[in-house]
Every structure is written in structure tokens, then in C-alpha cells.
Ligand binder design. Structure first.
Ligand code: D41
Length: 672
């Protein structure tokens, strides 16, 4: 058995190793061992501590989450006040800041540090003899709230400092933030739980630190960068800001890798201009950069005014969020018929551009945010993405507003709008007729595997529609050579060729024609199955949902899409025009089998020897039978193959006659 001395030693070694690897991972961003190895060390320590609870210390890496939820947050007075930062919104304000500082210091140029300004919340960490003993929010700078229990759960924050040469008492200051990816993941989880999504990473970070139950905070992807120190006793720190941060990093505290030493105000502005385009690609949100006088002696000489140092300033990026009013909510129709609600806004300057529209994504989004015409909303433009409405400022909602309703008719063509169950997107069923979908539909119609109209490329379709020479696919067949020859980049010869290609395309097959119609959910294979089953366009047009579902591989969704397509008068009109234009296909070769099984309903179960169930279904249907998925009193026969399951039992229970495969073949006029 291991001696107590050995166990004490092993626990100390494990803690040291875990702290070191945590440091490699969170501070240096350069892990040395795989996660699995780290987990192994961690579990070994956990096991030893469980066997020897008297050896557990508060700064052990296993002790990040512990204790019961708090009843309230205790106030903490900051002995050295946490100052605020003055803002500069343009170069001129930065130059004025530099000018004031140079005048006071009576120097030609000042050495600054430049660092990103994280959009999180400022906190203070108190280390005594290297051990984290207290964490507090900034509050009003004089008094904050104690959040030690929550801050301990943030893995980037060491519970114990590394090395030995840190001051006996060290107050570290920095920003707790939530990286973008963690924020996105958290919001997905929040919505899955039916809870409210956070409007931005800053709110998410603040909300996560303000939890009374640290177990909740522990599940939030929080991170931390330090940007300065407060109280320091029992040790000396260097005389430059950047050198101090480098010390903090060596003691295991995370410091941004983006901090630079720069010369004079030009150095500051260069840093700003280099950072601006990188803003969207950083793994965390920043709302500007911060310039600080590097020399502590100069900092001291400058002092502060009304709680803000004269030696530091935040140079803000243009705001990414602004408030404005919703003038209208329009619905746009996309290429595929998808309807997107868009908020028309009173023009507002956000993130460096004037925004007049913001997407509302889909019907559910509008209702979740409850955006209404007349509302004051917060709009956001992050990076280069499309501006979006973040939330409604409810306190500013005018008296009479109406809940948004998705139109029942397409705003472009008046066709029916449908939203399939379980889907977020509403669509116009206008298809061939809807102008928004027309170009797309015509391109599809002309495609090689559809009507195969040689020479009718995408650009030409765009031109023809834009010049109003065609409105639907049927118009293609009344185009004249002279109309075509008049188009840009179109010679007499190509016009003649296209007319010939159009003539040639009139001789097609029913399957190609059905595919060319561009019915949603109907690809080539389904078009072929439909052609084979119905053999005749009129029958397909008139088919009800039930008979559509009799076609192999056609389920409810596809059947509904086909059914709806043919219920649109416009679609039938276009089809008639096409037929009048002379589109033909050979009549079905095989004359339909005698409808010997008409009026009978079959259910197939188990494995058949001579054919698949799908083939059996097709052959039964070819003779006029219906094939159903479940057994009822209306079922004529259940055909049971080997390993037949519950359907066979259902048949026996309901007294439905059961057929063997041999008997089925006899009915089909064959033998085994
Ligand atoms: O990244 C930040 N949000 C940040 C905030 C930063 N990089 N540096 C900061 N420096 C200071 C001084 C100069 C006062 C030490 C700050 C803040 N203050 C600050 N954060 C919230 C209030 C003040």
C-alpha cells in the first residue's frame, strides 16, 4: 500500500501538472498533451482526493464547482477604485487625447500599448500567496459584487498562480467574455430548452456570471483576459504596462496575444486600422481598441479625471447595434419560392453603413421576437453579414400594433402560400407562374435532363425574362427568330439554331416533361415513376392524394407537393399552352394490364422470394389494386412473406384473408 507520504506527494504532483497543462491550453494556447491524457490526470487526482478528503484544498483544480447556491451576492468595496475608460469615436478625438497627454508630460511623443477592447464585463481577481481568494464584478467602480463561486468555474482563470515570484497580494483586473462559438452553441442549447436566447455575447457573459448557482455558470463557455492590476503588496512589478502583463502571463494568467507596443498617435491609429478588418475574424467580439501610456511613471504623472485615467482611451469601432423604427414588414420571394419577412427600417447608421432593411428570417423568428410595424427595434450588423433585428424595445411600442401575419397569398403572383409541417419556411406554390421563381423555373425546364433545349443558357434566360419576351416556359415556343436576333450578343445564326433546338425539344417523353415542370420534390426518378404509373398526363393532373401515394417511393410530402402543383390554375394553363405549342411524347408502349384486381386492397408484409415488396406493389397496382400500409377491415388480402410481423397478427385478429407468395403470383397470373 502506498504510504501517506507518497499519496501527499502524488496529489501535489498531479495538481502541478494539471495547472501547468491548463496554462499551456488557456494561456499559451499551445497544449502539450492530448485532452484524453489531461482527463486521465484529472481523474486520478479526483480519485485520490475522494479516498482522502482531508487532503482536498480550495485551490485544487478539482474544486472549481462546489458548495450550495448562494442566496445573494455580497457587496465588495474596491480598495483601489476600478476606473472607467473614456471613449474616442474618431481619429480627431484620439489625436486630441494624445495632444493633451503630451502637453502635460512635456514630451514630443509617447510610447503606448494598443490592445483589443473585449466586449465582456470587467472583474477583479484577488490572489493571496498565489491563491485565488476573491473575485468581484466592477459594479460602479467603487463597489462591486462578490462572484468568487462563479469565477472559480472559469477554466482560463487559475485557482493558483504558477511559479513563486508573484507578490504576496496581487489584484488582477480583466475582462470576462464569451467567445463567439461558445455563444452560438449556448444559444442553440437555450432554444432547445425553450429558454430565451441571449442577444449578444456580452449579455450572455454578464447573465452567466450573475448566477446564484455556480453549477449553471460552470456550463457556460466563459473566458478571461487580464488588462491590468489593482492592489499589489509584498512584491514589485515592472515600470511598464506591457512588462506587467508579461509577468501576469508568466504567473499563469491569460493575456491577449494581440497587445502591441506602438509609438505615438500614428502607431495607435495604424493599429486601429489593422485591427478593424480583422474584427469579424477574431474568435471573440471586440467593440474597439484601447491605447494606454506604457510608462507607469508617466501614467502617475497624468493621473485621472472624474474616475477615468488621463493615460488611457478606448477607440471605438462604429457601433454594430443601433435602435431604429420598423416602417413596414415586407415579404420577399426567393428563387425557390421561399418567403422571407424583411423589416423596412427608418435609415440608421450601423457598423459603418446605413441600414434600411433587416432580415427577419422566417415566420417563427418574427413571432419569437414579436416584431411589429411601428416598433422600435435594435438592429445589428456584424461583420459583413446581412443586418438583422436583435430585439424589440417593448417600452417604446406604440399603442396600436398588430401581430405579424404571413400572407396566405404570394405577394409576387398571388398563388397559395404553404408551410409544410415541421418546416420553418413558407413557400409560394406558384412555381412556373411566379415571377420570382420564373427564371429559375425556365432554366430548369431547358436543362439537358429536362427538355434539353440546346443553346438556351442561364444568361439568355435572364435576358429573355428581363426584356419581357417570355413570361413562362410556354412563351419559349412562340419566340421568333427576329425577336431573338435583336438580343444583345445574339447573331442570326444562333437565333436560328435556338429556334431549331426549341422545335427539336417538342419531341420528348412524358417522364422528361413531368421532370421539366419543376414540381417541388419531383426529381428525375420520381418523374419516371409517375410517368410509368399514370402513363398519361391527364390522369396525373387529376390524381388525388391517395392515388399519388400509390406510386412507388411517393410519400405524403411528395404527393402533397404534386397535388398542390396541379391545383394551381396557372400551372394548368402553362401546361395547356405547352401542349398547344406541340409538345408530344410517345404513347405508353405496353397497353395497360387488365384491371383484374380493381377495387381490392392489399397489404404486404415480410420478405418475398421472387420480388421485392416494391415490385409486388407496382404489379398489383398495374392491375388496379390498392396497396396500403396498414391492415383494416377494408383490407381484401394480406400477403405474408417470410418473417412477417405484426401485420400478419393484425390480419388474423381482424379475420382478413392471408395469402402466401405463391397465391399472390397466381392472382398476378404467374406461377412460382
Ligand atoms: O478589453 C477591455 N474591455 C478593457 C477594459 C481593456 N482592454 N483595458 C481596460 N483598461 C482599463 C483601465 C485603463 C482603466 C485599466 C479596460 C477597462 N479599464 C475597463 N473596463 C471596464 C471599465 C473599464
Amino acid at each position: 500500500m502506498a504510504s501517506r507520504q507518497n499519496i501527499v506527494q502524488r496529489i501535489a504532483t498531479l495538481r502541478e501538472q494539471i495547472n501547468y497543462h491548463n496554462y499551456r491550453y488557456y494561456v499559451l494556447d499551445d497544449p502539450q498533451i492530448p485532452d484524453a491524457e489531461f482527463d486521465r490526470l484529472f481523474r486520478e487526482l479526483q480519485a485520490l482526493e475522494q479516498q482522502h478528503p482531508e487532503l482536498i484544498t480550495a485551490d485544487s483544480p478539482t474544486q472549481r464547482v462546489g458548495g450550495a447556491p448562494l442566496g445573494e451576492f455580497k457587496p465588495v468595496r474596491h480598495e483601489v477604485p476600478m476606473l472607467s475608460l473614456a471613449n474616442a469615436f474618431d481619429d480627431i478625438e484620439v489625436e486630441a487625447f494624445d495632444q493633451r497627454a503630451r502637453t502635460r508630460l512635456e514630451v514630443e511623443a509617447i510610447e503606448y500599448t494598443a490592445e483589443p477592447k473585449l466586449d465582456g464585463l470587467a472583474i477583479s481577481l484577488l490572489y493571496e500567496q498565489g491563491e485565488l481568494v476573491r473575485a468581484a464584478t466592477r459594479g460602479d467602480g467603487e463597489t462591486g459584487e462578490e462572484v468568487t463561486h462563479n469565477v472559480r468555474t472559469i477554466h482560463a482563470i487559475p485557482l493558483r498562480l504558477l511559479g513563486k515570484d508573484y507578490p504576496g497580494l496581487l489584484e488582477v483586473r480583466g475582462e470576462v467574455y464569451m467567445p463567439r462559438r461558445g455563444f452560438e452553441r449556448l444559444n442553440v442549447e437555450q432554444e432547445a430548452r425553450g429558454e430565451k436566447a441571449f442577444a449578444n455575447p456580452r449579455n450572455a457573459a454578464a447573465g452567466s456570471l450573475r448566477q446564484l448557482d455556480p453549477r449553471i455558470t460552470a456550463q457556460r463557455p466563459l473566458a478571461f483576459y487580464c488588462y491590468g492590476v489593482g492592489r499589489v503588496q509584498g512584491g514589485k512589478l515592472p515600470g511598464q504596462h506591457l512588462a506587467i502583463l508579461n509577468c501576469l502571463r508568466e504567473w499563469g494568467l491569460p493575456v491577449s496575444g494581440e497587445i502591441r507596443q506602438v509609438q505615438g498617435v500614428m502607431g495607435c491609429l495604424d493599429y486601429y486600422r489593422a485591427m478593424a478588418p480583422r474584427r469579424a475574424t477574431l474568435p471573440y467580439e471586440i467593440d474597439g481598441v484601447v491605447y494606454k501610456v506604457n510608462s507607469l511613471a508617466q501614467q502617475q504623472a497624468l493621473g485621472f479625471v472624474s474616475r477615468a485615467p488621463r493615460w488611457a482611451i478606448a477607440h471605438k469601432f462604429p457601433a454594430q447595434e443601433e435602435m431604429t423604427r420598423v416602417l413596414a414588414i415586407d415579404v420577399q420571394v426567393g428563387r425557390t419560392g421561399a418567403l422571407t419577412p424583411v423589416a423596412r427600417l427608418e435609415p440608421v447608421f450601423v457598423g459603418g453603413v446605413t441600414v434600411t432593411n433587416a432580415t427577419l428570417h422566417n415566420e417563427d423568428e418574427v413571432h419569437r421576437k414579436d416584431v411589429r410595424v411601428g416598433d422600435t427595434v435594435i438592429v445589428r450588423r456584424a461583420g459583413d453579414v446581412i443586418p438583422e433585428v436583435v430585439s424589440v424595445v417593448l417600452s417604446r411600442r406604440p399603442a396600436k400594433t398588430a401581430v405579424f401575419k404571413m400572407p396566405k397569398q404570394c405577394p409576387k403572383c398571388g398563388s397559395q402560400v404553404v408551410r409544410p409541417e415541421g418546416q420553418a419556411v413558407s413557400r409560394c406554390v406558384g412555381g412556373l407562374y411566379c415571377p420570382a421563381q420564373r427564371k429559375q423555373a425556365i432554366k430548369h425546364f431547358a436543362a439537358r435532363r429536362a427538355m434539353d433545349i440546346e443553346g438556351l443558357g442561364d444568361k439568355l434566360v435572364d435576358q429573355l425574362v428581363d426584356e419581357a419576351l417570355i413570361h413562362d416556359v410556354a412563351d419559349l415556343y412562340v419566340l421568333t427568330e427576329s425577336q431573338l436576333a435583336g438580343l444583345e450578343r445574339m447573331g442570326d445564326k444562333s437565333a436560328e439554331n435556338l429556334i431549331q433546338a426549341l422545335e427539336k425539344s417538342k419531341h420528348t417523353t412524358l417522364a422528361r416533361f413531368i421532370y421539366a415542370l419543376g414540381i417541388r420534390e419531383v426529381g428525375e426518378a420520381t418523374a419516371q415513376a409517375l410517368a410509368q404509373y399514370f402513363a398519361n398526363l391527364k390522369k396525373l393532373e387529376q390524381a388525388d392524394l391517395e392515388s399519388l401515394q400509390q406510386v412507388p417511393d411517393v410519400g405524403q410530402v411528395v404527393a402533397e407537393s404534386i397535388y398542390r402543383f396541379f391545383r394551381q390554375a396557372h400551372n394548368r394553363e402553362v401546361i395547356n399552352k405547352l401542349l398547344e405549342a406541340g409538345i408530344t411524347w410517345p404513347a405508353p408502349v405496353a397497353t395497360a394490364a387488365a384491371q383484374t384486381l380493381a377495387g381490392q386492397t392489399f397489404v404486404l408484409t415480410g420478405t418475398l422470394q421472387t420480388m421485392t415488396r416494391d415490385e409486388a406493389k407496382q404489379r398489383l397496382q398495374a392491375r388496379g389494386a390498392k396497396v396500403s400500409g396498414s391492415v383494416s377491415k377494408k383490407t381484401t388480402y394480406v400477403v405474408a412473406g417470410s418473417e412477417a410481423g405484426s401485420k400478419l397478427a393484425d390480419a388474423q385478429a381482424l379475420g382478413v384473408k392471408v395469402l402466401s407468395e405463391e397465391e399472390l403470383l397466381k392472382l398476378l397470373g404467374q406461377s412460382l
